[in-house]
Design a protein around this ligand. Structure first.
Ligand code: SAM
Length: 216
């Protein structure tokens, strides 16, 4: 199947299963208007994160890499009353857009956006989290995964985004951000602390995928 068909199938199911959503659409528009990079999850993947968080009745969610809070909003909407989501963002310009999007969604009391480098903030967080979404600088994936494990309860789910990258993950000489994925895959090999798999995805944003792990 070619990319044009993947994109068309994505659009078909997005229209069928994800009706127009003024809050999420406005979040993406604000991100575009502020010239932020279009590296948010695709709508069907945002919905997938939302459904996974709901399936496991997550009450405490951690996200590493906020951008404009698009995935954050999908995840926060999965929370029951009293739930919380902590999201970490290093770029102040991204955080400004994210805060406005969170406020427009009426989720300021649910979402705790912390600004700064994730590795500086993570040691000060209090868990346990039920669900962790790792989607920041890929070079630090192993460190983020270790923190996710420290801060999670048994049975928690950890998702790491962008692990396929058009197949570049196979290349031992690939750029550093791909090496970050490869180091994580090697770290997880035989790691009895988690049970993990990788799921490849195709769609409007190309061929990519995520690692999905459950904490033992
Ligand atoms: N999860 C977002 C979504 O799908 O809507 C997309 C996140 S984007 C792929 C990655 C984000 O991580 C960027 O906003 C970037 O500024 C942020 N980031 C990069 N390095 C970081 C770090 N060391 N600590 C925290 N955030 C970081």
């Amino acid at each position: 199947m070619d990319k044009q068909t993947w994109t068309a199938v994505d659009a078909y199911f997005a229209q069928a299963l994800m009706p127009a959503d003024p809050v999420l659409d406005a979040a993406l528009a604000a991100s575009r208007d502020a010239a932020l990079p279009a590296i948010n999850v695709a709508p069907n993947q945002g919905k997938l994160l939302h459904l996974m968080a709901r399936m496991m009745a997550a009450r405490n969610i951690l996200e590493i890499g906020t951008l404009a809070a698009y995935s954050t909003l999908w995840l926060a909407r999965a929370l029951p009353a009293g739930g919380r989501l902590v999201t970490l963002e290093a770029d102040p310009a991204h955080a400004v857009v994210a805060r406005a999007n969170i406020a427009r969604a009426g989720l300021e009391s649910v979402i705790d956006l912390r600004e700064g480098k994730a590795l500086d903030i993570l040691p000060g967080l209090t868990g346990p989290f039920d669900f962790v979404f790792i989607d920041a600088d890929k070079t630090n994936n192993v460190h983020y995964f270790e923190w996710a494990l420290k801060l999670s309860r048994p049975g928690a789910v950890i998702i790491v985004d962008n692990v396929v990258r058009d197949g570049k993950v196979l290349d031992p000489e690939a750029e550093e951000k791909v090496q970050g994925v490869r180091r994580l895959a090697e770290r997880l090999t035989g790691d009895s602390r988690v049970s993990a798999t990788a799921l490849q995805t195709v769609g409007g944003k190309g061929w990519d995928g995520f690692i999905l792990a459950v904490v033992n």
